[in-house]
Design a binder for this molecule. Sequence first.
Ligand SMILES: [Zn+2]
Length: 136
Amino acid sequence: MLFDLKEVLRNPGVREFKFELDLSEFEFSSVKEWCAPLTVDGKVRNSGGVLTLTCTVTSDAVCVCDRCGREFRRRESGDYEAYLQENLTDDDNPDIFPVKGGMVDLEEVVRTLYVLDAPALTLCGETDCGFGGLEV
Ligand SMILES: [Zn+2]
């Protein structure tokens, strides 16, 4: 989803966005099934020429516990932040995303932030977790 930043690039301020992100095409080892698309709620702020994207991502999925193998429903929200830059030449920094022709691909940005932030282990949090199943 391309998001038009031309206005906020010209006039320092804030542009808000809200969209749904379908990750069903992506393999997450801990996710058995997505119950709903992710909802993404955020904004892009231009402060003195520096573009900052902040957003809250809410997910709802049936997960599999990495320790005991139990399936459980997980609903959670996480906050993410990234920088956007026009004419980006240094693409080694994973926290900076390119703006091309005044547009940014929000799905790409949020998907990248979400995947990079995914925990190495998904645990169900039950008190007896770890006594019945595979050792980690
Ligand atoms: Zn568990």
